[in-house]
Design a protein around this ligand. Sequence first.
Ligand code: URA
Length: 455
Amino acid sequence: MTNSPAKLRDSGTVAASARIQAAITDTRSGTELSAGTIRALIDDFVAGHTADHQMAAWLATVACRGLSPDETFALTDAYVQGGERLRFPRGGRVVVDKHSTGGVADTVSLVVVPVVAACGVAVVKMSGGGLGFAGGTLDKLASIKGLRLDLGPAEVHEMIDRVGMCITGQNASLAPGDGATYALRDITATVESIPLIAASIMSKKVAVGADGLVLDVKTGPGALIPDVDRAIELAETMIGLAGRFGLRCRVVVTDMSEPLGSLVGNALEVREAIALLNGASVSRLSEVCRTVARLMLQSADPNLTGEAAEIAVTQALTSGAAFRHLREWVKAQGGDVRMVDEPDRLPSALHRTTVTARRSGWVHEVDPRRVGMAAVHTGAGRLTHNAELDYGAGVELLRRVGDRVDAGDPVAVLHAATENPKHAVRLLADAFTVGEEPCAPAPVIHRVLANTGRD
Ligand code: URA
């Protein structure tokens, strides 16, 4: 969205212009804005009464000076109130939602949504496409032929009733103020602000209207917020907001200092999720999946112990019930279920290029940003806004942090449409740092936080 000067002249925007200038001055000097003022700023902008450069100036001031907890709540509420809300019937099935702040080989949603649905708790999930080096659930699922990912509210309800789970694209009518301001933040380096991220994410979650929510906040070099203390601050801010909206919320802060799973790329990640649902284990990814699934069950039923939730998750996986839920869901949303039954039918790249260790020693680092960018350069992600994806492309990691390697050992394989794509190969080779000393991987779970929905 752009609010051009011509459009602004036509729509008589004197009051809106005065309002945002006063807001910029107040935020800069640390004077708290009222909830009414914040609501008016967002409504003015969505209505086209405020210029992009004025809103960008306020967002930049917020990114530098921050917002108080009341202002952050008011901004979240302004985003929510400006759009539609899904409503699940009170007294009906308990519905939970899950969100990740994004990372590389983060296939968690594709695994946990069917696991939790198989445990009898309904899940609604509105997902986005990939952003920069980080993949997006929507792009991954689009590698399944025919799968519909543009459901309207009535269809979301129907999927919840029929299969107990629904994954679809973000509905633009929910929190439109967030969509409009996010587009500006993206091009003005104002994404990385705790109150702005918290309001943006939580407005969409509140608008979805689930009974319980689990947030997976990533930290480390491959995360939106690399520093662990700031990631915990973001987690606390979002959990505080959830409490003020009466939403039961649990947050897990997880590590993104190396890619989470071993496959990066759209169809490749769907394959990895199917393998996990069929009983495979991928060390760091499996641990995060089990933790998130357990927290989702506990956010649906606060009296459920961690132990009981853990048992339910194990049963859903070992009995095949979670896999059957994925299958049923793909079918119900129009997808080609043969791709789930026989993952070799999923798109795959024509060429494989093996990347080898440059020296002997222990793997100290597998840089998630470089791995993510190598996948993007094979066509798994977008380098320009409207670029077409190559669903079969991506990266297969053969070695992880802590592994012993000898010079010349294969450490990763690039899957691409062309043979030996030089830039991607270089990025992938540079992602691996091998040192002389043994080295242990970072713990994958940093912190778990919870509210009761009544704070
Ligand atoms: N994801 C969102 O939805 N919003 C942000 O601000 C950052 C990540």
